[in-house]
Design a protein around this ligand. Structure first.
Ligand SMILES: [Zn+2]
Length: 337
């Protein structure tokens, strides 16, 4: 029993002794190694080592920071190092120097930075650019609220570019003022367009059944409207429009056509009747003189008679009738509006 105990003690002592030796030895080796070597990162591109750096994370951050154009940090979307460098932690001789700047320069050539910005469009045409989506949304909401227009076509477009020069954003207040100006201009333009359209409408030549009424027969004062009732006409509805003007005033054909009558008729007095085709006829009554004959072809605007007061008339005027398929229509639907 005693012998066994003694032996166990002996072996335990021996193990502890060797263990201590091992610790001391590894300590000495570590000191020697650290004295001569240091841990650094070897950098390789396409399996080719290009140098050493001290700290991988700090190095990459620095490169990315340098790649982003100054003042465009807000617009940074992504930094892509195309060469995809490989880092390997190594123990190398302390004599070896790191070459961070050199490596950075090599890598920088292959860095692609993508920038992001937001375009504000009014009615699908770009007005201004801002840095962030938050800014763009704030702006759109503010403008919509201030203008109280539901039909305001204000939209936000997300844009990407690799060219920092394209990121020509303005600050939110400037953008707002630019948009407000454009809205005001757009409103004015719409009004102008409407006015122009109205003028053009007035200038549009009236048409009946494809017959253009290009000429107003005379200028004057409307003295009796179509369908008015008067004792002068024995209380029958007026079939034409009376335009009062000086006796002898030229009467022009509203459109080209064939003269179907140029004679004296009771009630109408001296009258010219024109057939323009497509069932459209015009009558010019109470004339003082007739310049055309039945069967003759006349041009639009041609002088066909002179204003008078013949027939059932109380003063010099032109009685103008427009007929479609024999039925009178209101001349003011087309002329003297
Ligand atoms: Zn009349």
């Amino acid at each position: 029993m005693n012998i066994l105990n003694k032996k166990l003690k002996y072996y335990t002592k021996e193990v502890i002794k060797y263990f201590n030796i091992a610790i001391v030895a590894s300590g000495i080796i570590t000191i020697v190694v650290l004295f001569k070597y240091k841990p650094i990162y070897a950098v390789s591109i396409s399996d080719k080592q290009i140098g050493y750096i001290k700290d991988k994370t700090a190095f990459e951050e620095k490169i990315k920071e340098n790649a982003v154009q100054e003042g465009k940090e807000k617009n940074l979307d992504n930094v892509n190092i195309k060469t995809n460098p490989q880092y390997e932690l190594k123990l190398v001789n302390k004599e070896i120097n790191t070459n961070e700047n050199e490596i950075a320069k090599t890598i920088e050539k292959d860095i692609v930075v993508t920038y992001k910005y937001y375009e504000l469009d009014l009615n699908n045409s770009p007005i201004d650019l801002v840095d962030t989506l938050e800014e763009a949304e704030t702006l759109v909401n503010q403008i919509k609220e201030e203008n109280k227009k539901d039909d305001l076509q204000l939209s936000i477009l997300e844009k990407y570019t690799e060219n920092a020069e394209e990121v020509k954003t303005t600050n939110i207040e400037v953008a707002k003022s630019n948009i407000q100006t454009k809205i005001a201009q757009a409103t004015t333009n719409t009004k102008k367009e409407q006015q122009t359209a109205k003028v053009e409408n007035n200038n549009t030549i009236p048409e009946i059944n494809g017959i253009k009424l290009a000429y107003t027969p005379v200028k004057g004062v409307i003295s009796s409207r179509y369908a008015s009732i008067s004792s002068v006409r024995n209380y029958r509805s007026h079939g034409g429009l009376d335009i009062a003007t000086k006796i002898g005033t030229d009467i022009k054909a509203v459109a080209g056509g064939k003269v179907t009558a140029a004679s004296y008729q009771s009630g109408y007095g001296n009258i010219v009747k024109l057939n323009h085709g497509n069932g459209v006829e015009t009558y010019y009554a109470h004339c003082s003189k007739l310049y055309v004959n039945a069967g003759q072809q006349v041009q639009a605007g041609q002088v066909i008679a002179a204003v008078g007061s013949t027939g059932n008339s109380t003063g010099p005027h032109l009685h103008l009738e427009i007929r479609i398929n024999g039925e009178t229509v209101n001349p003011q639907k087309y002329l003297y509006k």
